[in-house]
Design a protein around this ligand. Structure first.
Ligand code: SF4
Length: 475
């Protein structure tokens, strides 16, 4: 996973968790803009949902049940969707690994003698590092979502599922455009957008193949559903003769009518919109009666670790519809931003999904399930009601059982001993007040000293509860 490899090396005796290190290194300006932007979207999302639906939580429960049913019945839904897609004129491919998915795209391109591909935003293509792979085989793979385009020209990584450049400001973007020859420095957002549009329009017309993801695929009709706010997926398919859709196997929904629930929640949860600006339903390649559109359509279903996730104790995470609401509300994400998660999926969803998809590389991401206060806000906003805090706890338990080392974890053995001995516990409570007067550098345990140096601990008030209980009993 190149994204993982490009993150700072993680020394084994790191005094704090890696995510703390990323948070510390974030500039105050970036932190403030990530905080403000996520907070505003979250507040708008909450107002919209509660203003418009009598009981949004019931809707979330229903959406969760639909997706849970889908992932538990993939064995019947996947053959069904393959039959529908084939009946609609599409060709279906199956890829069990990232490499297999990249090679499937390459084979389709080579069979057509194609060398230019325009790409709408798809998380799964980020996950499998498709653009990088194709470039290595002499194929131009251009991002057309504005945020992803900026990430690509900057050789950066997305830091949010919905807003890939939440960590950048318009001055940085204007400098990137100037560097790439897209015009003299001008940080007016309108100018930036116009310049990108002008550049991309030529690329759409010159491309051989348009690649998209899929927000949902209906097993009932074989329709692929795409949502965007820029209409770029539509442009990707307007002039190209071949459409490739790269789809994670968990994107299946059983029926078309399920989309009424899921689309209503996706727009509101992700961007606080009633519906995203463009919602497309693609039923197959162009028919003889249609004047334009791709003549060929390929759908590549990607596993890449998803069946292992399905077999795990955290299968609920496959319900995720990539709305980003859990990122927007997460106090850890707001402080650390997306690169701190060192994988394509940041925030609470990434803290669960990334270690699971990383498989054998789990130790390198073992700190992520611990990068959470378990406040539960992610679960409260999730449109498909994923119990993220529970899943984080299950992953922590797994890491403990499998002895997965996790950098930055404070020593807990002494704590466990103390907490299980009532006499020692009472003595520690009484003596703990001394801690209020001990400078951090004088803490006797080095690892604890380093851990405490990163935090502002509240004043010790140990024993107050016992005192209160004793007084209450004696009344
Ligand atoms: S876990 Fe839930 S809230 Fe987070 S991105 Fe996925 S669907 Fe959205």
């Amino acid at each position: 996973m190149p994204f993982l490899a490009s993150a700072p090396a993680l020394p084994s005796a790191m005094p704090s968790q890696p995510i703390d290190q990323f948070a510390r290194e974030l500039s105050p300006e970036t932190r403030a803009s990530v905080y403000q932007s996520t907070k505003t979207t979250h507040e708008k999302r909450t107002k919209l949902l509660f203003d418009q639906f009598a009981d949004p939580n019931r809707l979330r429960t229903l959406a969760g049940e639909i997706k849970q049913h889908a992932i538990e019945n993939l064995d019947t839904l996947l053959p069904q969707v393959e039959a529908r897609l084939t009946g609609n004129g599409a060709k279906v491919h199956w890829a069990s690994t990232a490499q297999g998915a990249c090679e499937a795209v390459l084979r389709i391109m080579q069979a057509r003698g194609a060398t230019k591909l325009v790409k709408a935003k798809t998380m799964v293509s980020e996950e499998i590092e498709l653009a990088h792979f194709l470039e290595g085989h002499g194929i131009e793979a251009l991002e057309t979502d504005l945020g992803e385009f900026i990430v690509q020209i900057d050789h950066d990584h997305p830091s949010h599922i919905v807003r890939p450049i939440i960590h950048k400001n318009r001055r940085e973007i204007a400098r990137s455009f100037e560097r790439e020859g897209l015009g003299a420095y001008d940080d007016d957002p309108g100018t930036i957008t116009r310049r990108a549009r002008h550049y991309l329009r030529h690329k759409y017309l010159a491309a051989d193949v348009g690649l998209t993801g899929a927000n949902f695929v209906s097993a009932e009709s074989g329709r692929i559903v795409l949502v965007t706010n820029e209409g770029n997926s539509r442009f990707c398919l307007a002039a190209t003769k071949c459409h490739i859709a790269l789809v994670g196997i968990e994107k299946i929904v059983p029926r078309d009518r399920d989309l009424a629930v899921l689309l209503n929640l996706l727009g509101r949860s992700g961007t606080a919109q009633e519906l995203t600006v463009y919602t497309e339903f693609i039923g197959g390649p162009k028919s003889a009666a249609q004047p334009d559109g791709p003549e060929e359509m390929h759908v590549i279903f990607v596993d890449n670790g998803r069946t292992e996730v399905l077999a795990s104790e955290c299968r609920e995470i496959l319900r995720c519809i990539r709305c980003g609401a859990c990122l927007n509300v997460c106090p850890v994400y707001r402080q650390a931003s997306g690169h701190a998660y060192r994988s394509v999926y940041p925030g609470p969803v990434g803290a669960v999904l990334s270690p699971l998809l990383a498989g054998e590389r789990f130790p390198q991401l073992a700190d992520l399930p611990k990068a959470s206060s378990l406040c539960g806000a992610c679960n409260e906003v999730c449109p498909v009601n994923i119990p993220i805090p529970d899943l984080l706890l299950r992953l922590r338990q797994r890491a403990k059982e499998e002895n997965v080392p996790s950098p930055g974890t404070p020593p807990m053995g002494a704590w466990a001993l103390l907490a299980s001995q009532p006499t020692a516990w009472r003595a520690a409570l009484a003596g703990g007040r001394l801690m209020n007067h001990v400078p951090t550098k004088l803490i006797p345990v080095p690892a604890l000293q380093a851990w405490a140096a990163q935090r502002e601990l509240p004043a010790w008030r140990g024993g107050e509860f016992r005192k209160w209980l004793r007084q209450r009993r004696s009344r």
